[in-house]
Write a protein that binds this ligand. Structure first.
Ligand code: B4P
Length: 191
């Protein structure tokens, strides 16, 4: 089993690159953002609560997203491997993920971390907001709040994986295809 984390700030290209990587490598895509948005679309109690938090640009509580990931892992016993997109976003989520994978006798092979400047992130998310219908993409203040939340709570997750020598930084600016080639080269060395 090959498990990888695609890491980076909001708008760094995680969702964009994940689509291409799962098609190439046959991994199961687990995006906590997508899982939360599907709860919102179905108007479940979890979705109603999550929307209030996401609309402020804040992180949903750890126990909620860890529970969602745990269920998704159980629901895919025959997966070749998992691509985690937007998860883990806190050290507590990273520790929980390690434990869940250990129970399944597997682990994270690598964290690929996309590096993008803040101004480029804001530009991309504002542009996506014109068409995506995502309420967290339309307001610059909310976008900046998400980036601050990333700096304060999420960036440190990379340190957790640095301790295990599992982090590779990848340039996240340039064309989608060039970034995809760089990510693929790193995966090909390890898969
Ligand atoms: P996510 O759904 O994870 O959303 P994101 O970080 O905004 O998007 P992503 O990084 O995937 O977007 P992409 O770059 O592909 O999270 C949304 C919210 O959910 C969070 O704020 C939080 O509230 C909550 N949440 C999710 N996971 C959580 C967790 N684990 N714990 C707690 N809360 C959680 O795309 C951005 C845009 O850039 C696109 O329009 C794309 O077309 C464009 N783009 C991509 N690559 C480009 C390139 N190379 N050049 C130009 N544009 C590019």
């Amino acid at each position: 089993m090959f498990n990888l984390i695609l890491f980076g700030p909001p708008g760094s290209g995680k969702g964009t690159q994940s689509e291409k990587l799962i098609a190439k490598y046959g991994l199961k895509h687990l995006s906590t953002g997508d899982l939360l948005r599907s709860e919102i679309a179905s108007q479940t109690p979890l979705g109603v609560e999550a929307k209030k938090i996401m609309d402020k640009g804040q992180l949903v509580p750890d126990e909620v997203v860890i529970g969602m990931i745990s269920s998704a892992l159980d629901a895919n016993p025959n997966a070749k491997g998992f691509l985690f997109d937007g998860f883990p976003r806190t050290p507590a989520q990273a520790e929980a993920l390690d434990k869940l994978l250990e129970l399944k006798k597997t682990s994270i092979a690598v964290m690929l971390a996309l590096n993008v400047s803040e101004e480029e992130l804001v530009k991309r998310l504002m542009k996506r907001g014109e068409t995506s219908g995502r309420s967290d993409d339309t307001n610059e203040n909310v976008i900046r709040a998400r980036i601050i939340e990333y700096r304060n709570k999420t960036a440190v997750v990379a340190d957790y994986y640095y301790n295990f020598d599992k982090v590779v930084m990848v340039k996240g600016e340039g064309s989608v295809d060039d970034i995809f080639k760089s990510l693929s080269a790193e995966i090909d060395q390890r898969i």
